[in-house]
Design a binder for this molecule. Structure first.
Ligand SMILES: NC(=O)C1=CN([C@@H]2O[C@H](COP(=O)(O)OP(=O)(O)OC[C@H]3O[C@@H](n4cnc5c(N)ncnc54)[C@H](O)[C@@H]3O)[C@@H](O)[C@H]2O)[C@@H](O)CC1
Ligand SMILES: [K+]
Length: 449
Protein backbone atom coordinates (compact mmCIF):
# COMPACT_ATOMS: atom_id res chain seq x y z
CA UNK A 1 0.00 0.00 0.00
CA UNK A 2 2.88 2.34 0.82
CA UNK A 3 4.41 1.70 -2.61
CA UNK A 4 1.05 2.10 -4.33
CA UNK A 5 0.47 5.44 -2.63
CA UNK A 6 3.91 6.62 -3.67
CA UNK A 7 3.29 5.71 -7.30
CA UNK A 8 -0.07 7.48 -7.13
CA UNK A 9 1.47 10.62 -5.60
CA UNK A 10 4.22 10.62 -8.24
CA UNK A 11 1.48 10.55 -10.86
CA UNK A 12 -0.08 13.72 -9.44
CA UNK A 13 -2.38 12.30 -6.74
CA UNK A 14 -2.47 14.40 -3.57
CA UNK A 15 -2.43 13.49 0.11
CA UNK A 16 -5.54 15.57 0.61
CA UNK A 17 -7.42 13.65 -2.08
CA UNK A 18 -6.30 10.27 -0.70
CA UNK A 19 -7.37 11.24 2.79
CA UNK A 20 -10.72 12.62 1.61
CA UNK A 21 -11.40 9.32 -0.14
CA UNK A 22 -10.32 7.26 2.88
CA UNK A 23 -12.43 9.36 5.23
CA UNK A 24 -15.40 9.13 2.88
CA UNK A 25 -15.12 5.34 2.75
CA UNK A 26 -15.03 5.16 6.54
CA UNK A 27 -18.00 7.56 6.86
CA UNK A 28 -19.98 5.46 4.37
CA UNK A 29 -19.46 2.24 6.34
CA UNK A 30 -19.94 3.90 9.74
CA UNK A 31 -23.24 5.44 8.64
CA UNK A 32 -24.57 2.00 7.77
CA UNK A 33 -23.98 0.82 11.32
CA UNK A 34 -24.70 4.00 13.28
CA UNK A 35 -28.39 4.27 12.41
CA UNK A 36 -28.75 7.51 14.31
CA UNK A 37 -26.76 6.62 17.43
CA UNK A 38 -24.16 9.02 18.80
CA UNK A 39 -20.64 8.63 17.44
CA UNK A 40 -17.34 9.14 19.24
CA UNK A 41 -14.44 9.56 16.81
CA UNK A 42 -10.96 8.91 18.21
CA UNK A 43 -8.30 10.84 16.31
CA UNK A 44 -4.54 10.34 16.54
CA UNK A 45 -1.66 12.57 15.44
CA UNK A 46 -0.89 10.98 12.02
CA UNK A 47 -2.74 10.28 8.81
CA UNK A 48 -4.98 7.73 10.51
CA UNK A 49 -6.21 10.64 12.60
CA UNK A 50 -6.51 12.64 9.38
CA UNK A 51 -8.91 10.03 8.02
CA UNK A 52 -10.84 10.30 11.29
CA UNK A 53 -11.29 14.09 11.00
CA UNK A 54 -12.53 13.71 7.42
CA UNK A 55 -14.99 11.00 8.44
CA UNK A 56 -16.17 13.10 11.41
CA UNK A 57 -16.85 16.07 9.11
CA UNK A 58 -18.71 14.00 6.51
CA UNK A 59 -20.81 12.15 9.10
CA UNK A 60 -21.67 15.39 10.82
CA UNK A 61 -22.64 17.00 7.48
CA UNK A 62 -24.88 14.01 6.86
CA UNK A 63 -26.72 14.72 10.11
CA UNK A 64 -25.00 12.33 12.54
CA UNK A 65 -24.22 13.36 16.11
CA UNK A 66 -20.41 13.26 16.22
CA UNK A 67 -17.83 14.20 18.87
CA UNK A 68 -14.07 13.88 18.39
CA UNK A 69 -11.68 12.75 21.10
CA UNK A 70 -8.18 13.79 20.11
CA UNK A 71 -4.95 12.35 21.40
CA UNK A 72 -2.72 15.00 22.95
CA UNK A 73 0.31 16.23 21.03
CA UNK A 74 0.83 17.89 17.72
CA UNK A 75 -1.04 16.85 14.59
CA UNK A 76 1.13 17.23 11.50
CA UNK A 77 0.93 17.52 7.73
CA UNK A 78 -2.32 16.80 5.94
CA UNK A 79 -3.87 15.51 9.13
CA UNK A 80 -3.44 18.97 10.69
CA UNK A 81 -5.27 20.47 7.74
CA UNK A 82 -8.14 18.03 8.17
CA UNK A 83 -8.24 18.80 11.86
CA UNK A 84 -8.71 22.48 11.00
CA UNK A 85 -11.59 21.66 8.72
CA UNK A 86 -13.41 19.98 11.60
CA UNK A 87 -15.53 22.52 13.45
CA UNK A 88 -17.51 20.25 15.78
CA UNK A 89 -17.03 19.28 19.42
CA UNK A 90 -13.49 18.14 20.32
CA UNK A 91 -12.32 16.83 23.67
CA UNK A 92 -9.12 15.14 24.81
CA UNK A 93 -8.97 11.35 24.96
CA UNK A 94 -8.83 11.56 28.77
CA UNK A 95 -12.06 13.57 28.91
CA UNK A 96 -13.96 11.48 26.41
CA UNK A 97 -17.21 9.85 27.54
CA UNK A 98 -18.08 6.60 25.77
CA UNK A 99 -20.82 6.79 23.14
CA UNK A 100 -22.81 4.00 21.45
CA UNK A 101 -20.65 4.08 18.32
CA UNK A 102 -16.87 4.41 18.50
CA UNK A 103 -14.65 4.91 15.47
CA UNK A 104 -10.98 4.35 16.18
CA UNK A 105 -8.62 6.58 14.20
CA UNK A 106 -5.79 6.80 16.72
CA UNK A 107 -3.12 4.87 14.81
CA UNK A 108 -3.02 2.88 11.61
CA UNK A 109 -0.05 1.52 9.69
CA UNK A 110 2.24 4.02 11.43
CA UNK A 111 2.03 2.51 14.91
CA UNK A 112 5.63 2.14 15.97
CA UNK A 113 5.65 0.93 19.56
CA UNK A 114 3.50 -0.40 22.42
CA UNK A 115 0.60 1.88 23.28
CA UNK A 116 1.28 3.70 26.54
CA UNK A 117 -0.65 2.42 29.53
CA UNK A 118 -2.86 5.52 29.55
CA UNK A 119 -3.79 5.40 25.89
CA UNK A 120 -4.48 1.69 26.10
CA UNK A 121 -6.68 2.13 29.17
CA UNK A 122 -8.77 4.92 27.61
CA UNK A 123 -9.06 3.12 24.28
CA UNK A 124 -10.21 -0.15 25.86
CA UNK A 125 -12.62 1.63 28.20
CA UNK A 126 -14.25 3.49 25.31
CA UNK A 127 -14.42 0.45 23.03
CA UNK A 128 -15.72 -1.87 25.74
CA UNK A 129 -18.47 0.60 26.62
CA UNK A 130 -19.63 1.16 23.04
CA UNK A 131 -22.39 -0.82 21.38
CA UNK A 132 -20.44 -0.94 18.15
CA UNK A 133 -16.78 -0.31 17.30
CA UNK A 134 -15.16 0.35 13.95
CA UNK A 135 -11.43 0.75 13.29
CA UNK A 136 -10.04 2.96 10.54
CA UNK A 137 -7.59 0.86 8.52
CA UNK A 138 -6.35 -1.13 11.55
CA UNK A 139 -7.30 -1.45 15.20
CA UNK A 140 -4.93 1.03 16.87
CA UNK A 141 -2.01 -0.87 18.34
CA UNK A 142 -1.85 -3.68 15.80
CA UNK A 143 1.53 -3.89 14.06
CA UNK A 144 0.78 -3.79 10.36
CA UNK A 145 3.32 -6.23 8.89
CA UNK A 146 3.20 -8.92 11.58
CA UNK A 147 -0.20 -8.66 13.25
CA UNK A 148 1.61 -8.37 16.61
CA UNK A 149 -0.52 -6.90 19.37
CA UNK A 150 0.90 -3.67 20.81
CA UNK A 151 -2.17 -3.00 22.94
CA UNK A 152 -5.07 -3.01 20.48
CA UNK A 153 -8.71 -3.40 21.48
CA UNK A 154 -11.03 -5.92 19.80
CA UNK A 155 -13.21 -4.20 17.21
CA UNK A 156 -16.47 -5.26 15.59
CA UNK A 157 -15.45 -4.02 12.15
CA UNK A 158 -12.24 -2.81 10.56
CA UNK A 159 -12.35 -0.81 7.33
CA UNK A 160 -9.08 -1.59 5.52
CA UNK A 161 -8.17 1.45 3.44
CA UNK A 162 -7.06 0.77 -0.15
CA UNK A 163 -5.80 -2.78 0.39
CA UNK A 164 -5.58 -5.46 3.03
CA UNK A 165 -2.47 -5.23 5.18
CA UNK A 166 -0.83 -8.39 6.58
CA UNK A 167 -2.22 -7.62 10.04
CA UNK A 168 -5.77 -8.10 8.74
CA UNK A 169 -4.97 -11.78 8.24
CA UNK A 170 -2.18 -12.60 10.68
CA UNK A 171 -1.67 -13.28 14.37
CA UNK A 172 -3.62 -11.15 16.83
CA UNK A 173 -5.23 -9.36 13.89
CA UNK A 174 -7.48 -12.37 13.35
CA UNK A 175 -9.24 -11.53 16.60
CA UNK A 176 -8.65 -7.79 16.96
CA UNK A 177 -9.96 -6.69 13.54
CA UNK A 178 -13.38 -8.28 13.83
CA UNK A 179 -15.08 -8.33 10.45
CA UNK A 180 -12.80 -6.78 7.82
CA UNK A 181 -14.25 -4.59 5.06
CA UNK A 182 -12.01 -3.48 2.22
CA UNK A 183 -12.58 0.08 0.99
CA UNK A 184 -11.41 0.92 -2.51
CA UNK A 185 -10.01 4.46 -2.62
CA UNK A 186 -9.15 4.41 -6.31
CA UNK A 187 -5.42 3.79 -5.82
CA UNK A 188 -4.33 0.73 -7.80
CA UNK A 189 -2.47 -1.77 -5.62
CA UNK A 190 -0.36 -4.70 -6.76
CA UNK A 191 2.37 -6.72 -5.15
CA UNK A 192 3.66 -10.17 -4.32
CA UNK A 193 1.37 -10.85 -1.35
CA UNK A 194 -2.17 -12.09 -1.80
CA UNK A 195 -5.04 -13.49 0.18
CA UNK A 196 -6.17 -16.95 -0.82
CA UNK A 197 -9.36 -17.07 -2.84
CA UNK A 198 -11.44 -19.96 -4.12
CA UNK A 199 -9.47 -21.71 -6.87
CA UNK A 200 -10.87 -22.43 -10.31
CA UNK A 201 -10.49 -26.16 -11.00
CA UNK A 202 -11.61 -28.19 -13.99
CA UNK A 203 -13.08 -31.65 -14.33
CA UNK A 204 -10.76 -34.28 -15.85
CA UNK A 205 -10.34 -34.02 -19.63
CA UNK A 206 -12.44 -36.45 -21.73
CA UNK A 207 -9.35 -38.54 -22.49
CA UNK A 208 -8.08 -38.52 -18.90
CA UNK A 209 -6.87 -41.76 -17.32
CA UNK A 210 -5.75 -42.64 -13.83
CA UNK A 211 -2.12 -41.68 -14.39
CA UNK A 212 -2.85 -38.42 -16.20
CA UNK A 213 -5.04 -37.45 -13.25
CA UNK A 214 -1.98 -37.74 -11.05
CA UNK A 215 -0.41 -40.67 -9.22
CA UNK A 216 0.47 -40.12 -5.58
CA UNK A 217 2.77 -42.38 -3.58
CA UNK A 218 2.37 -42.04 0.17
CA UNK A 219 5.21 -43.40 2.29
CA UNK A 220 3.74 -45.36 5.19
CA UNK A 221 5.22 -44.76 8.62
CA UNK A 222 5.25 -46.15 12.14
CA UNK A 223 1.79 -44.71 12.78
CA UNK A 224 -0.20 -46.26 9.98
CA UNK A 225 -3.39 -44.34 10.75
CA UNK A 226 -1.72 -41.07 9.81
CA UNK A 227 -0.46 -42.46 6.49
CA UNK A 228 -3.90 -43.84 5.73
CA UNK A 229 -5.61 -40.51 6.42
CA UNK A 230 -3.11 -38.89 4.12
CA UNK A 231 -3.64 -41.45 1.34
CA UNK A 232 -7.43 -41.26 1.60
CA UNK A 233 -7.29 -37.47 1.38
CA UNK A 234 -5.15 -37.77 -1.74
CA UNK A 235 -7.77 -40.06 -3.32
CA UNK A 236 -10.52 -37.54 -2.61
CA UNK A 237 -8.33 -34.60 -3.61
CA UNK A 238 -8.67 -35.71 -7.21
CA UNK A 239 -5.66 -38.02 -7.66
CA UNK A 240 -6.15 -40.79 -10.22
CA UNK A 241 -4.11 -43.39 -8.39
CA UNK A 242 -2.89 -43.50 -4.80
CA UNK A 243 -0.36 -46.00 -3.57
CA UNK A 244 0.46 -46.55 0.08
CA UNK A 245 4.02 -47.87 0.27
CA UNK A 246 4.89 -49.66 3.52
CA UNK A 247 4.96 -52.84 5.47
CA UNK A 248 1.26 -53.38 5.17
CA UNK A 249 0.36 -52.58 8.74
CA UNK A 250 -1.90 -49.88 7.31
CA UNK A 251 -3.74 -52.42 5.18
CA UNK A 252 -7.27 -51.14 5.62
CA UNK A 253 -9.25 -48.30 4.26
CA UNK A 254 -10.91 -47.86 0.89
CA UNK A 255 -10.43 -50.67 -1.61
CA UNK A 256 -9.40 -48.10 -4.20
CA UNK A 257 -6.19 -47.56 -2.23
CA UNK A 258 -3.31 -49.62 -3.63
CA UNK A 259 -0.97 -51.15 -1.04
CA UNK A 260 2.58 -51.92 -2.06
CA UNK A 261 4.88 -53.83 0.22
CA UNK A 262 7.92 -51.68 0.87
CA UNK A 263 10.02 -52.98 3.75
CA UNK A 264 12.90 -50.55 3.76
CA UNK A 265 14.60 -47.67 1.98
CA UNK A 266 15.99 -49.96 -0.70
CA UNK A 267 12.53 -51.20 -1.61
CA UNK A 268 11.27 -47.63 -1.56
CA UNK A 269 13.97 -46.61 -4.03
CA UNK A 270 12.71 -49.35 -6.35
CA UNK A 271 9.13 -48.16 -6.00
CA UNK A 272 10.22 -44.59 -6.73
CA UNK A 273 11.61 -45.69 -10.09
CA UNK A 274 8.06 -45.60 -11.47
CA UNK A 275 8.07 -42.60 -13.82
CA UNK A 276 4.31 -42.29 -13.63
CA UNK A 277 4.49 -40.98 -10.07
CA UNK A 278 3.24 -37.39 -9.95
CA UNK A 279 3.99 -36.69 -6.29
CA UNK A 280 5.38 -38.43 -3.21
CA UNK A 281 4.17 -37.62 0.30
CA UNK A 282 6.40 -38.43 3.24
CA UNK A 283 6.08 -37.51 6.89
CA UNK A 284 2.62 -38.29 8.25
CA UNK A 285 3.20 -40.85 11.01
CA UNK A 286 6.69 -41.53 9.64
CA UNK A 287 8.53 -41.77 12.96
CA UNK A 288 12.10 -40.63 13.52
CA UNK A 289 14.07 -43.90 13.38
CA UNK A 290 17.12 -44.53 11.21
CA UNK A 291 14.85 -46.42 8.83
CA UNK A 292 12.61 -43.37 8.55
CA UNK A 293 15.65 -41.23 7.86
CA UNK A 294 16.79 -43.57 5.09
CA UNK A 295 13.35 -43.45 3.48
CA UNK A 296 13.42 -39.67 3.56
CA UNK A 297 16.79 -39.71 1.81
CA UNK A 298 15.33 -41.95 -0.88
CA UNK A 299 12.46 -39.53 -1.50
CA UNK A 300 14.69 -36.45 -1.57
CA UNK A 301 17.03 -38.13 -4.03
CA UNK A 302 14.14 -39.09 -6.33
CA UNK A 303 13.19 -36.88 -9.27
CA UNK A 304 9.57 -36.59 -8.10
CA UNK A 305 7.61 -33.70 -6.68
CA UNK A 306 7.61 -34.22 -2.93
CA UNK A 307 5.39 -33.17 -0.06
CA UNK A 308 7.32 -33.20 3.18
CA UNK A 309 5.33 -33.11 6.39
CA UNK A 310 5.39 -34.00 10.07
CA UNK A 311 8.27 -36.15 11.28
CA UNK A 312 10.11 -35.74 7.97
CA UNK A 313 10.39 -32.01 8.70
CA UNK A 314 11.81 -32.68 12.14
CA UNK A 315 14.29 -35.18 10.68
CA UNK A 316 15.49 -32.56 8.20
CA UNK A 317 15.86 -29.87 10.88
CA UNK A 318 18.47 -27.26 10.12
CA UNK A 319 19.64 -29.16 7.04
CA UNK A 320 16.37 -28.35 5.29
CA UNK A 321 17.47 -25.37 3.20
CA UNK A 322 20.74 -27.02 2.16
CA UNK A 323 19.21 -30.32 1.16
CA UNK A 324 16.12 -29.00 -0.58
CA UNK A 325 17.93 -26.36 -2.58
CA UNK A 326 19.79 -29.24 -4.25
CA UNK A 327 16.56 -30.81 -5.55
CA UNK A 328 15.40 -30.14 -9.11
CA UNK A 329 11.80 -31.22 -8.58
CA UNK A 330 9.24 -29.21 -6.64
CA UNK A 331 9.30 -29.72 -2.87
CA UNK A 332 6.42 -28.57 -0.71
CA UNK A 333 6.97 -28.33 3.05
CA UNK A 334 3.95 -28.19 5.35
CA UNK A 335 5.24 -27.16 8.80
CA UNK A 336 3.29 -25.78 11.72
CA UNK A 337 4.98 -23.05 13.76
CA UNK A 338 7.02 -25.46 15.90
CA UNK A 339 8.33 -27.43 12.93
CA UNK A 340 9.06 -24.22 11.04
CA UNK A 341 11.17 -23.02 13.98
CA UNK A 342 13.13 -26.28 14.06
CA UNK A 343 14.00 -25.90 10.35
CA UNK A 344 14.51 -22.16 10.00
CA UNK A 345 15.44 -20.70 13.35
CA UNK A 346 15.47 -16.94 13.77
CA UNK A 347 14.62 -14.87 10.76
CA UNK A 348 13.47 -11.30 10.71
CA UNK A 349 10.00 -9.84 10.60
CA UNK A 350 6.50 -11.27 10.65
CA UNK A 351 5.22 -14.63 9.47
CA UNK A 352 5.03 -13.57 5.82
CA UNK A 353 8.59 -12.25 5.71
CA UNK A 354 10.00 -15.27 7.55
CA UNK A 355 8.17 -17.76 5.36
CA UNK A 356 9.23 -15.98 2.18
CA UNK A 357 12.85 -15.95 3.37
CA UNK A 358 12.70 -19.69 4.11
CA UNK A 359 11.21 -20.37 0.67
CA UNK A 360 13.98 -18.35 -0.96
CA UNK A 361 16.69 -20.20 0.98
CA UNK A 362 15.33 -23.68 0.30
CA UNK A 363 13.83 -23.22 -3.16
CA UNK A 364 10.77 -25.02 -1.79
CA UNK A 365 7.14 -23.99 -1.54
CA UNK A 366 6.38 -23.59 2.14
CA UNK A 367 2.91 -23.98 3.60
CA UNK A 368 3.42 -22.45 7.04
CA UNK A 369 0.29 -23.67 8.79
CA UNK A 370 -1.91 -22.07 11.42
CA UNK A 371 -5.10 -20.04 11.59
CA UNK A 372 -3.11 -17.69 9.35
CA UNK A 373 -1.51 -20.12 6.90
CA UNK A 374 1.18 -18.49 4.75
CA UNK A 375 2.05 -20.21 1.47
CA UNK A 376 5.30 -18.86 0.07
CA UNK A 377 7.51 -19.62 -2.89
CA UNK A 378 10.04 -17.66 -4.93
CA UNK A 379 7.30 -15.52 -6.47
CA UNK A 380 5.58 -14.27 -3.32
CA UNK A 381 3.16 -15.30 -0.64
CA UNK A 382 -0.51 -16.08 -0.23
CA UNK A 383 -2.20 -15.82 3.16
CA UNK A 384 -5.14 -18.02 4.05
CA UNK A 385 -7.32 -17.81 7.11
CA UNK A 386 -8.04 -21.40 8.05
CA UNK A 387 -11.70 -21.71 7.38
CA UNK A 388 -12.46 -23.22 10.76
CA UNK A 389 -10.92 -23.25 14.21
CA UNK A 390 -12.21 -26.84 14.49
CA UNK A 391 -9.26 -27.83 12.31
CA UNK A 392 -7.19 -27.81 15.50
CA UNK A 393 -7.52 -31.57 15.95
CA UNK A 394 -5.17 -34.51 15.36
CA UNK A 395 -4.90 -35.81 11.82
CA UNK A 396 -6.01 -32.71 9.92
CA UNK A 397 -2.38 -32.05 8.97
CA UNK A 398 -2.14 -35.56 7.48
CA UNK A 399 -5.25 -34.80 5.44
CA UNK A 400 -3.71 -31.57 4.19
CA UNK A 401 -0.47 -33.31 3.19
CA UNK A 402 -2.43 -35.83 1.12
CA UNK A 403 -4.44 -33.08 -0.51
CA UNK A 404 -1.29 -31.15 -1.42
CA UNK A 405 0.08 -34.36 -2.95
CA UNK A 406 -3.05 -34.84 -5.03
CA UNK A 407 -3.15 -31.26 -6.27
CA UNK A 408 0.52 -31.00 -7.26
CA UNK A 409 0.43 -34.46 -8.87
CA UNK A 410 -2.38 -33.08 -11.03
CA UNK A 411 -0.31 -30.03 -11.96
CA UNK A 412 -2.14 -27.79 -9.49
CA UNK A 413 -0.88 -25.89 -6.48
CA UNK A 414 -0.50 -26.12 -2.73
CA UNK A 415 -2.85 -23.13 -2.47
CA UNK A 416 -5.64 -25.18 -4.04
CA UNK A 417 -5.14 -27.82 -1.38
CA UNK A 418 -5.18 -25.28 1.45
CA UNK A 419 -8.42 -23.78 0.17
CA UNK A 420 -10.12 -27.18 -0.24
CA UNK A 421 -8.96 -28.20 3.24
CA UNK A 422 -10.36 -25.04 4.86
CA UNK A 423 -13.61 -25.23 2.95
CA UNK A 424 -14.06 -28.93 3.75
CA UNK A 425 -13.66 -28.03 7.42
CA UNK A 426 -16.35 -25.36 7.16
CA UNK A 427 -18.67 -27.86 5.50
CA UNK A 428 -17.88 -30.49 8.16
CA UNK A 429 -19.14 -28.10 10.87
CA UNK A 430 -18.22 -28.42 14.53
CA UNK A 431 -16.28 -31.13 16.37
CA UNK A 432 -15.38 -33.30 13.39
CA UNK A 433 -12.64 -35.91 13.46
CA UNK A 434 -10.01 -35.74 10.72
CA UNK A 435 -11.58 -38.84 9.13
CA UNK A 436 -14.85 -36.96 8.63
CA UNK A 437 -13.08 -34.07 6.95
CA UNK A 438 -12.25 -36.28 3.99
CA UNK A 439 -15.90 -36.78 3.06
CA UNK A 440 -16.28 -33.02 2.65
CA UNK A 441 -13.43 -32.56 0.20
CA UNK A 442 -15.52 -33.53 -2.83
CA UNK A 443 -18.34 -31.07 -1.99
CA UNK A 444 -15.69 -28.37 -1.48
CA UNK A 445 -14.18 -29.23 -4.86
CA UNK A 446 -17.60 -29.03 -6.49
CA UNK A 447 -17.66 -25.34 -5.60
CA UNK A 448 -14.50 -24.84 -7.67
CA UNK A 449 -15.67 -26.48 -10.91
N1 LIG B 1 -0.47 8.13 3.09
C1 LIG B 1 -1.70 8.47 2.73
O1 LIG B 1 -1.90 9.40 1.99
C2 LIG B 1 -2.84 7.75 3.19
C3 LIG B 1 -2.83 7.22 4.47
N2 LIG B 1 -3.92 6.72 4.98
C4 LIG B 1 -4.04 6.55 6.44
O2 LIG B 1 -2.84 6.86 7.06
C5 LIG B 1 -2.48 5.84 7.97
C6 LIG B 1 -1.02 5.85 8.16
O3 LIG B 1 -0.68 7.15 8.58
P1 LIG B 1 0.71 7.50 9.27
O4 LIG B 1 1.80 6.90 8.51
O5 LIG B 1 0.71 8.95 9.46
O6 LIG B 1 0.66 6.74 10.65
P2 LIG B 1 -0.43 6.67 11.80
O7 LIG B 1 -1.43 7.74 11.68
O8 LIG B 1 -0.87 5.29 11.87
O9 LIG B 1 0.45 6.92 13.12
C7 LIG B 1 1.61 7.68 13.08
C8 LIG B 1 1.65 8.66 14.23
O10 LIG B 1 1.46 8.00 15.46
C9 LIG B 1 2.60 8.18 16.30
N3 LIG B 1 2.77 6.91 17.02
C10 LIG B 1 3.10 5.70 16.53
N4 LIG B 1 3.04 4.74 17.48
C11 LIG B 1 2.63 5.37 18.61
C12 LIG B 1 2.36 4.91 19.93
N5 LIG B 1 2.49 3.64 20.29
N6 LIG B 1 1.97 5.81 20.85
C13 LIG B 1 1.82 7.12 20.51
N7 LIG B 1 2.07 7.62 19.28
C14 LIG B 1 2.46 6.74 18.34
C15 LIG B 1 3.71 8.55 15.40
O11 LIG B 1 4.69 9.29 16.05
C16 LIG B 1 2.98 9.35 14.31
O12 LIG B 1 2.76 10.66 14.76
C17 LIG B 1 -3.07 4.60 7.38
O13 LIG B 1 -3.26 3.60 8.32
C18 LIG B 1 -4.38 5.13 6.82
O14 LIG B 1 -5.36 5.17 7.84
C19 LIG B 1 -5.17 6.94 4.28
O15 LIG B 1 -5.55 8.24 4.56
C20 LIG B 1 -5.01 6.75 2.81
C21 LIG B 1 -4.00 7.65 2.29
K1 LIG C 1 -7.07 2.86 13.78
Amino acid sequence: MRDAEQVWFNGGGSQVEAMERAGAAVAREAARFAIGRGILMLAGPGNNGGDAYVAARLLSEAGHDVAVAALGGKTEGTAAEMRMRWHGETVSLEEAVPRPIVIDGLFGTGVARELTKDVKTYLHHIVNNAQFSLAIDLPSGLETDSGDDLGAATMDVTVAVGSLKPAHMLGAGLVRCGHVLLADIGIPVSGPIWSLGRPQLSAPAVDAHKYSRGMVLVVEGDMPGASRLCARAALHGGAGYVMLAGTGSAEAGPDALVHRRVEDAGALRNALEDERIGAVVIGPGLGRSDAAHAKLDAVLESPHRAVIDGDALTLLGFETADRLSRRDALSVLTPHAGEFGRMFEGGEGGKIARTRAAAARSGATIVHKGPDTVIADGDGAIVANSGSSWLSTAGTGDVLAGLVGARIAAGGSAGQAVWLHGRAAQLAGPAFAADDLIAHIAPAMKECL
